[in-house]
Design a protein around this ligand. Structure first.
Ligand SMILES: Nc1nc2c(c(=O)[nH]1)N[C@H]1C(S)=C(S)[C@@H](COP(=O)(O)O)O[C@H]1N2
Ligand SMILES: [Mo]
Length: 529
């Protein structure tokens, strides 16, 4: 056993390490929650868990004594308790390395329970908990490692002189360890301060925008799924994709949170007059709406990066007309608040299709991550050349003069959508009873439409499937039907025919440079019932 530490600086260094490591973990988890736009950081989630599980009589008692059972009181108590706990964790770490590991693990489990037991949690909500946990372990071991060396040096020196040196040593190991400890305290303290302040700024701005968004009442028509568009096939993608399930693609690590009153769009370039529109200007115009299926160019055959929503907004052709496009222009370069950009063929914005500057998605103000307050939606083109979120600038120009974000990186300049079809049921690897098997999925070729979908079992003849009725050529269609399946392993293949009568090619091509082609094939097995 090392000697009992006397009350010297060395003994104080350990609790200090505990406090700083504790703060580092809490701050890291908080900042992670803000970056991931998770409503409550783990610390607050625990507070909410306490509130949820506090029995009524205790609440009454607290009310009597403190006048209010409010969250700031609770958070204050929790902070004091945490400070004390982290202080002792640091002290205990000196004798028993596993005590901090145990305490951090218990705290992480508590936070995870708090998250999982809250309403509407998602798996990503656990990420801040994991980040906090790892930060605790790493920060504490970084801080205590030089202290351990100091202790070891003191013990050695003590052994050499025949008696333990009480408290502070003065040998080279002590001086070096001490210096290193102080450097690490300063470095970790600095990082904690910076991360904490940025998390706070990020969190408060985002929270305000989210609140504004939630309180917005836009005068848009509510989505009404057209009759006949939905087929009765269990397990296929819903025709209308809910906002929470809609795929997301952003290059930004932290998506922009823009207050509507801070938003404006400048339309300039090859135009007769520059136009600047505010959010209110958009709302003051007549809003159009349309069902449009959005798809990502990087969606592999059979992949999930596609969704169908009801979009409301202002027609882009009208805005371009206000600006007066000059002859010679063939592209509109859009830039988002976060600096991403893309160029869309001018023709796709002016040929009468429902190209919208959208303010609402499925009847609600756009979710922040889907471009709030305003984004572009253009039927028939992949998102990377048309669907600019948080759009703030539109420059009428020529393709010859632009080099946009993804085209610089090897993706095609024009991004017309290719015919695609997907099998949703049976799922790959599924096991079903043999006999009549229900199959189904979705198919799309926005702005051209889908006229037929067929499946082939184990290389057999193409069998026509039933199609849902859709309101326009700009959405996907559900397809479904039944096939006869004997026992054993099977391959099911699907292909669509577009509105021009062109059959989807079986030739397999990668998503790069301008979208994948090929048939979706699913393997499944059937057992004797
Ligand atoms: N500002 C911005 N807009 C963007 C992107 C982006 O990274 N940043 N990604 C684009 C791509 S590649 C696609 S497929 C669509 C996806 O839109 P969603 O995230 O709302 O589904 O947005 C487009 N708009
Ligand atoms: Mo995309």
């Amino acid at each position: 056993m090392p000697e009992r530490p006397s009350l010297d600086r060395r003994a104080l260094a350990w609790p200090l390490a505990g406090l700083l490591a504790g703060a580092a973990g809490v701050v890291a988890s908080y900042a992670a929650a803000m970056v991931l736009t998770i409503r409550e950081a783990p610390f607050v989630a625990i507070a909410e868990l306490v509130v949820r599980t506090t029995p009524g009589p205790v609440v009454q008692f607290a009310l009597k004594f403190f006048g209010a059972y409010n969250k700031s009181l609770l958070l204050g108590v929790m902070t004091v308790l945490s400070v004390a706990l982290f202080f002792f964790v640091g002290r205990w770490a000196r004798q028993r390395w596993w005590v901090p590991v145990l305490v951090y693990s218990l705290l992480a489990v508590l936070a995870a329970v708090a998250v999982v037991s809250s309403a509407g949690w998602a798996t990503v909500d656990l990420l801040p908990v994991a980040i906090g946990y790892v930060t605790w372990l790493v920060a504490l071991s970084l801080l205590t490692e030089p202290l351990r060396r100091v202790d070891a040096g003191a013990t050695q020196a003590g052994a050499g002189s025949g008696r333990p040196l009480p408290g502070a040593g003065s040998g080279p190991a002590y001086v070096k360890g001490r210096r290193e400890f102080l450097i690490r305290v300063a470095a970790i303290g600095g990082v904690v301060a910076i991360v904490g302040v940025s998390g706070r700024l990020l969190g408060s701005g985002r929270r305000k925008v989210e609140e504004t968004r939630r309180l917005l009442r836009l005068d848009v028509r509510a989505p009404r799924v057209p009759a006949g568009s939905r087929l009765e096939v269990e397990g296929i993608s819903p025709w209308q994709t809910p906002n929470e399930e809609f795929y997301r693609i952003d290059t930004a690590i932290v998506t922009p949170a823009i207050a509507p009153e801070d938003w404006s769009l400048r339309i300039h370039g090859m135009v007769e007059r520059e136009v600047v529109v505010t959010y209110q200007d958009l709302l003051d115009q007549e809003l159009s709406d349309a069902w449009v299926t959005l798809c990502c160019v990087s969606n592999p055959i059979g992949g999930p990066l596609v969704g169908n929503a009801w979009w409301s907004g202002v027609r882009i052709d009208g805005l371009l007309e206000q600006a007066g496009v000059l002859p010679g222009a063939d592209a509109v370069l859009q830039t988002s608040e976060d600096g991403w950009n893309c160029a869309t063929p001018l023709a796709a914005l002016t040929d009468g299709r429902d190209a919208l500057l959208a303010v609402a998605m499925n009847g609600e103000p756009l979710p922040i991550d889907h471009g709030f307050p305003v984004r572009m939606v253009v039927p028939g083109l992949y998102g990377y050349v048309s669907a600019t979120k948080w759009v703030v600038d539109m420059e009428v120009t020529r393709f010859a003069d632009v080099d946009a974000y993804w085209t610089q990186r090897g993706w095609g300049e024009l991004g017309p959508i290719k015919t695609a079809s997907r099998i949703d049921v049976p799922r790959s690897g599924a096991s079903v009873p043999s006999g009549t098997v229900q199959v189904g999925g979705v198919a799309w070729h926005q702005h051209t439409g889908i006229s037929a979908v067929e499946v082939s079992l184990d290389g057999g003849p193409w069998q026509p499937m039933e199609l849902g009725r859709v309101p326009s050529d700009d959405t996907w269609v559900q397809w479904g039907g039944s096939i006869e399946v004997g026992p054993g392993d099977h391959l099911l293949r699907v292909r669509a025919t577009d509105g021009d009568g062109i059959v989807q090619t079986p030739v397999e091509r990668d998503v790069l440079p301008d979208g994948a082609t090929g048939h979706h094939v699913v393997d499944f097995s059937a057992q004797d019932a």
